[in-house]
Design a binder for this molecule. Structure first.
Ligand code: ADP
Ligand code: MG
Length: 157
């Protein structure tokens, strides 16, 4: 499956990548799409998510779901669920949240800190890893299957 890498020097570049990906995801729906976002605190996961969610049609603010674990965006054409599992104490909490109901057709799930979600978390179609070095953010977008491969190819090939 394909991988794309970008060196990102400013927020405009993050925005451009997020917009390309969101436009490709739009074309892929009503299939459900799961995107995992990996990277340290401050890497730029929420910033990426903000531009992505706005491209899908949300016009207001996008706040970090650090304390709520998930922020829902019920948009015209798609439901977006933005997770931040950093503060998840136990993967079982996802069971109580009804995690399975979030992953379905016509939904896009963005998950920050997916490594804290354990086995209940849906596997990714696309994994994005952001590495901050000096002032450059290295984005690696990896397709984890056919669905992700199709989206990344439309977005970046
Ligand atoms: P994370 O969600 O990974 O913890 P954030 O998205 O909250 O990180 O970003 C942390 C800080 O880095 C914010 O102040 C944000 O404005 C800044 N930032 C994020 N992406 C970029 C970028 N591409 N260029 C410059 N600054 C950025
Ligand atoms: Mg964040």
């Amino acid at each position: 499956f394909p991988t794309f890498k970008f060196d990102v020097a400013d927020e405009q570049r993050t925005q451009a990548i997020a917009q390309n990906l969101a436009d490709a995801v739009k074309k892929a729906s009503p299939q459900g799409v799961v995107i995992h976002l990996e990277g340290d605190l401050g890497a730029g996961k929420t910033t990426f998510s903000r531009y992505f969610i706005q491209t899908l049609g949300h016009s207001g603010a996008v706040k970090s779901p650090t304390y709520t674990l998930v922020e829902p965006y019920e948009l015209d054409e798609v439901n977006v669920y933005h997770f931040d599992l950093y503060r998840l104490a136990d993967p079982e909490e996802l069971e109580f949240m009804g995690i399975r109901d979030y992953f379905g057709t016509n939904t896009v799930c963005l998950v920050e800190w997916p490594e804290r979600g354990g086995a209940l978390l849906a596997t990714a179609d696309i994994t994005i890893t952001i590495k901050l070095e000096e002032n450059i953010r290295c984005f690696t977008l990896t397709a984890e299957g056919e669905v992700g491969a199709g989206i990344l190819t439309v977005a970046f090939a």
